[in-house]
Design a protein around this ligand. Sequence first.
Ligand code: ARG
Length: 468
Amino acid sequence: MGQAGVSGGSSGGWSDRFEEGLNPFVERFNASIGFDITLLQQDLDGSVAHARMLGRQGVITVAEAERIVAGLETIRCEAAAGSFNPGLADEDVHFAVERRLIELIGPLGKKLHTGRSRNDQVCTDLRLWLRDKIDRIDLLLVRYAVALLARAEENVETLIPGYTHLQRAQPLSLAHHLLSYVEMARRDRQRLRDVRRRVNISPLGAAALAGTPVAIDRRHTATALGFEDLCVNSLDAVSDRDFVVEFLAAASLVMVHLSRLSEEVILWASEEFAFVRLTDRCATGSSLMPQKKNPDVPELVRGKTGRVFGSLQAMLTLLKGLPLAYNKDLQEDKEGLFDAVRTTADCLQAMAVLFEEGLHFRPERLEQAVSSDFSNATDVADYLVAKGVPFREAYQLVGGLVKRCLSEGVLLRDLPLERWRHIHPGFDADVFAAIAPRQVVAARLSEGGTGFELVRAALARARSDFSS
Ligand code: ARG
């Protein structure tokens, strides 16, 4: 029970209509203070703006407004010092602040709630909080992408097998592979920026659901709080949580991207692939098997992805049957959102650290991988195409050639020229240079392709995108 609260079982802060206190279990069941205390700073900010607006409008005097603001700032200091600890009887952060304000400044504190309701207050707080978190996640997206870019810059000419169906397909520049995740991060930033526009709209002043007869100035509070616009319909203002859904959808995609990269790193770190070596900074051992080094960081990221999807699903389900306007169901909007924000931010940071200091690519293993397979078979066909052979015909010829190589246990590069000539007279000695993995990659100069020149240009573009 907090110092600011009224003890359980009393009739709390309700009007004189109430005679009896809450059943103690119901009091606990009903309370959101255990988690909405997260919104304390935003609740104080919103109340400061509301009080000043009431003063400016002459609803209360300017002196009264300033005494209220001073009281609110005292609460902020108490919270910073750890001495503001509301309890269950406070029900939620909004009541907790109001009650403490009244304790601090006396009956004047009772004027703060003029012309507003907890219904517009709670979604104002939530929008302010989420706006801030979106900005933080944007910074983390930049840090993560910059870590990928640093590894990409070191590896423009490092080759890695490219896969489709998890079967070796064609070799790639490792930088090109990493840059594909940078592209995903770029879209994630765009999406969040777009969501932020719809988060940053003020519901304050919609009051309970219908507006208020009090002469408030909604634009003034909106501007003071940095909102870009006003929610224009009071019913929609207090019941809209689309912005939460939109954020969770955007965060879910961030997690999809992190989880896909995690899966690749986990494969790469396996003995079967051995494309990366994990450093001791981001890996753990086994309590039993002394030889093991486990990729816990990407595994946890992959594992945590479901929490964010879960919050999105929960939020959609929460909203689908809700009649207008505010319903207590909406109190359930917070915990999933808080968890999703923390999870997404933590996973971005984890992947940034992983790419900053958690792994080394193994050039010798990558080199071995790209030079010991048939991932240059398409290039043999393309060689014949350049000599005027129709692609499908070339494709058939090369298929037969690969089949023979496989049964003889040799690679294409091991075939003597006469064998090539036997298959098609168009083959010349330059075929060997044309199918060398480095040349295969260098030649893919169609826009967006993996040719080194293109990759260097893409890197430069990505660098400038992520430095703004
Ligand atoms: N704790 C509530 C919530 O999180 C605040 C709004 C309560 N409004 C109400 N009319 N009971 O949604």
